[in-house]
Ligand binder design. Structure first.
Ligand code: NDP
Length: 451
């Protein structure tokens, strides 16, 4: 292509769709970024001539492998595992591992692409990656989970390393699974290194890593509300999910004087008009994480609450909303309902929970809307701090880490303001996050030449 022969947005997206057939989540994630980047690079020749966005939208590599394991009945089970290494221009690949039946190459490619921008936004030296398997941990025994994690790592270990690619947890992968995978990595390589984050405190983990994504999403919300001279105190919040991110977001909302009305899981949502306080959140954590229960059982413990099967919580009136479950859980119609009911801010704890139509609804309504790549970056930021602590072979205190997390979230917020302010009273946080993340990675790629 001649230097001046720029491909336009429509042509670019046509190519992305053609090269990635049957990968709707990946195409959606690229489109959301490209919508902003095409405007930004319109007058920046180097980004065009070096095909930077096109290169970012092609993962460095996608590794796919068989994971065999034996269940408690002695039957051999076969799953598929992946690691998508999207971009390591500014640091080792970094991103979580997801175990869920919905995992496929499209989902992991979208997550690795998003992660590249998110990690750049944190200001820490981390590239973007993501991995996982279509393994379903629900209903599996401890031993089955352990055997699966060991088998998964038996292949993954050859592709990762403290300076190569540093995975963490995500949906279906918490401290227990990280422990099993770290144990297997150490056994195979005979190395004790910071190859995974989200580790237990006894073997190199960081304080506040578990809380960081949910707390960070609320800190980001706080920063956004401050631009309109208001705060979380006295506000009602609707939250989806009941896992790690959702319960910690709920906890921080309560700490800051807000009232949490809902939580959910894949079976439906609960609405508690009295508010889900710290004691109830602790019940949910134990019930969902340790007892592996369903959220619908909340109404047996707290009878004033109601359970709505097979529904998401977006029709409950609220001041602020935090989608913290999974991708595409908040659709265009849900976004319109939230706006109609007076919701003034949305902070995404999950990755790409709002579909493209919903994003456009929030932007059009000019509400405070933070995309996951900005709002949920607190988790990977503390993972970055865990990597630093592992390299230094020392640990920082909880107070030190809380300060660093808050500062990082403030830094992300101000980077979004730099590139996303549209007028005195409106910031397009999606645009701000996309451009700030893109610019950092793109400039590093320019320095490397065509590789
Ligand atoms: P968990 O596994 O702890 O919890 C996931 C929650 O989402 C559960 O309540 C689960 O319900 C629900 N859920 C999962 N899939 C679906 C679905 N298809 N429909 C409805 N509900 C669903 O995961 P996390 O809390 O760690 O992750 C939640 C989101 O946050 C994900 O998008 C993840 O990528 C993102 N994220 C997580 C980070 C982290 O540090 N953990 C960092 C940054 C982003 P059920 O129990 O029924 O499956």
């Amino acid at each position: 292509m001649a230097v001046s022969d720029h491909v336009d947005f429509a042509g670019f997206m046509e190519g992305v769709k053609r090269r990635n057939p049957h990968q709707p989540e990946f195409v959606q994630a690229v489109q959301e970024v490209a919508e902003d980047i095409f405007d930004f690079i319109a007058d920046k020749e180097a980004y065009h001539s070096e095909q930077i966005l096109r290169r970012m939208a092609e993962p460095d590599r996608v590794i796919s492998f068989r994971v065999c394991w034996e269940d408690d009945n002695g039957c051999i089970r076969v799953q598929r595992g992946w690691r998508v290494q999207n971009n390591n221009a500014i640091g080792p690949y970094k991103g979580g591992i997801r175990f869920h039946t919905s995992v496929n190459e499209s989902v992991l490619k979208f997550l690795a692409f998003e992660q590249t921008f998110k990690n750049a936004l944190t200001g820490l030296p981390m590239g973007g990656g993501k991995g996982g398997s279509n393994f379903n941990p629900k209903g599996k025994s401890e031993r089955e989970i352990m055997r699966f994690c060991q088998s998964f790592m038996t292949e993954l270990y050859r592709h990762i390393g403290a300076d190569i690619d540093v995975p963490a947890g995500d949906i279906g992968v918490g401290g227990r699974e990280i422990g099993y995978m770290f144990g297997q990595y150490k056994r195979i390589t005979n190395q004790f290194s910071g190859v995974l984050t989200g580790k237990g405190l006894e073997y190199g983990g960081s304080l506040i890593r578990t809380e960081a994504t949910g707390y960070g999403a609320v800190y980001f919300l706080q920063n956004m509300l401050a631009t309109r001279d208001t705060s979380i105190e006295g506000k009602t919040a609707v939250i989806s999910g009941s896992g790690n991110v959702a319960t910690h977001a709920a906890e921080k909302i309560v700490h800051l004087g807000g009232k949490v009305l809902t939580l959910s899981d894949s079976g439906g949502f609960i609405y508690d008009p009295d508010g889900i306080d710290l004691e109830k959140i602790a019940w949910v954590k134990t019930h969902k994480t340790h007892r592996r229960g369903r959220i619908e059982e909340y109404v047996e413990a707290f009878p004033n609450a109601q359970f709505h099967a097979c529904m998401t919580p977006w029709n409950v009136s609220c001041d602020v909303a935090l989608p913290c479950a999974t991708q595409n859980e908040l659709l265009g119609e849900d976004a319109r309902t939230l706006v109609k009911n007076g919701c003034m801010a949305v902070s995404e704890g999950a990755n790409m929970p709002t579909d493209l139509e919903g994003v456009h609804v929030f932007k059009h309504a000019r509400i405070l809307y933070a995309p996951g790549k900005a709002a949920n970056a607190g988790g990977v930021a503390v993972s970055g701090l865990e990597m630093s602590q592992n390299s230094l072979r020392r640990s920082w205190s909880e107070e030190e880490l809380q300060v660093m997390l808050k500062e990082i979230m403030e830094g992300i917020h101000s980077r979004c303001l730099t590139h996303g302010r549209q007028s005195i009273d409106y910031v397009d946080y999606v645009k701000g996050a996309n451009i700030a993340g893109f610019k950092k990675v793109a400039d590093a790629m320019l320095a490397f030449g065509v590789v």
